[in-house]
Design a protein around this ligand. Structure first.
Ligand code: UT7
Length: 335
């Protein structure tokens, strides 16, 4: 699904923020937990360490902290927010939405609407796409988009095929009306293909396989992934979505200052780089420090890059992400 870009975007990213828990889990720590090695993890994924939420820390706690930091950067109050979108597959509870807990924690208006969206690792791009449309139509002025995951609580810590990959964290942006300066969200493109829905899933705990002693005994309430199935389509689909973003905006690979990608596997990104013609030294990579934080990875990388001065106002940023669903997408943002 594409939207129409114009030379003057309707919405911009007015502020960014991120939060990651303090606790660091290194590959060496994992060597003591499962049959793995630092060398395997680094060579196959690029990950060296990841963050793990503290006991009692919740998804909405992390989301609220990232949101507060994004609001401060945007020089807005929580009461200025008109809509809260929380992209997550690890909500505080199945019911109600994590967005409502965030509303309370940040002190947004008591009538401020909000909802969660489940598009796994593509969740932030989906959220950005929705926020852009609310702002463009005038239905909302300031939209908070948060990508947050607390995956450590739904990982099978005996499965080396998944537990070494993921980490916890949150990233947030405030989307506001663009100014008349050509900066903003130039385009978003989002896609899905349900044929691979069960290649990355949490089988139990929903209505199809409600939680029971049996599902817990069999670890069916934890993440299952057929990594190779996802890997095969990831390079192809991320490349296609990225090329579409460039063509849609009349840009060449040389016009991209930075790619801010979902951080699932550095080998996937090397494949995308080769195929779409933007060299790897213009991919913002922090997978080595945070692992795969699913919907949080793009906004964490974005905010980290803004705060350390790598990503500067006016630069062309190409964002792309793909994950469970499978769901994927791209966005072209002139920062
Ligand atoms: O976030 C969005 C969605 N997810 C993704 O985008 C993930 C996409 N997939 C991947 O990134 C990769 O498929 C993985 C990193 C998950 C796995 O890498 P791979 O190169 O596809 O490895 P593999 O699954 O083909 O496994 C190769 C070998 C196997 O051993 P045998 O059968 O060759 O003896 C695995 O059992 O590596 C073994 N293995 C491990 N060895 C040490 C799997 N996990 C580990 C591990 N440590 N942690």
């Amino acid at each position: 699904m594409a939207d129409v870009s114009t030379t003057q975007p309707a919405a911009r990213i007015a502020g960014t923020g991120h939060y990651v828990p303090e606790k660091v889990l290194t590959n060496l720590d994992l060597e003591k937990m499962v049959d793995t090695s630092d060398q395997w993890i680094v060579e196959r994924t690029g990950i060296r360490e990841r963050r793990i939420a503290a006991e009692g820390e919740t998804t909405s706690d992390m989301a609220a902290e990232a949101a507060r930091r994004a609001l401060a950067k945007a020089e807005l109050e929580a009461t200025d927010i008109d809509l809260i979108l929380v992209a997550t597959v690890t909500p505080d509870m199945p019911l109600p939405s994590t967005a409502m807990f965030v509303q309370q924690k940040i002190g947004a208006r008591a009538d401020c609407p909000g909802f969660d969206l489940a598009a796994a690792c593509a969740g932030f791009i989906y959220g950005l796409s929705i926020a852009e449309k609310y702002v463009r139509t005038g239905a909302a002025k300031n939209v908070l988009v948060i990508g947050v995951e607390l995956l450590s609580r739904v990982l099978d810590w005996t499965d080396r095929g998944t537990c070494v990959l993921f980490g916890d964290g949150a990233g947030a942006v405030v989307v506001s009306p663009a100014r008349d300066d050509g900066r903003g969200i130039a385009s978003t493109h989002i896609y899905g293909d349900g044929r691979l829905a069960e290649s990355l899933c949490i089988p139990a705990g929903g209505s199809r396989e409600p939680a029971s002693h049996e599902t817990v005994d069999k670890n069916r309430h934890l993440v299952k992934m057929i990594g190779q199935d996802i890997f095969k389509v990831a390079v192809k689909n991320l490349t296609a979505a990225s090329v579409t973003a460039l063509e849609h905006n009349g840009l060449s690979p040389d016009d991209v200052d930075w790619v801010v990608p979902h951080q699932a596997n550095s080998r996937i990104l090397e494949g995308v780089s080769r195929r779409c013609g933007v060299p790897m030294d213009r991919f913002y990579i922090n997978i080595d420090r945070f692992g795969n934080t699913s919907s949080a990875s793009v906004p964490i990388a974005l905010d980290e890059g803004v705060r350390n001065g790598t990503l500067k106002p006016g630069m062309n940023l190409l964002m792309c992400a793909l994950g469970g669903g499978i769901a994927w997408g791209s966005a072209l943002v002139r920062l």
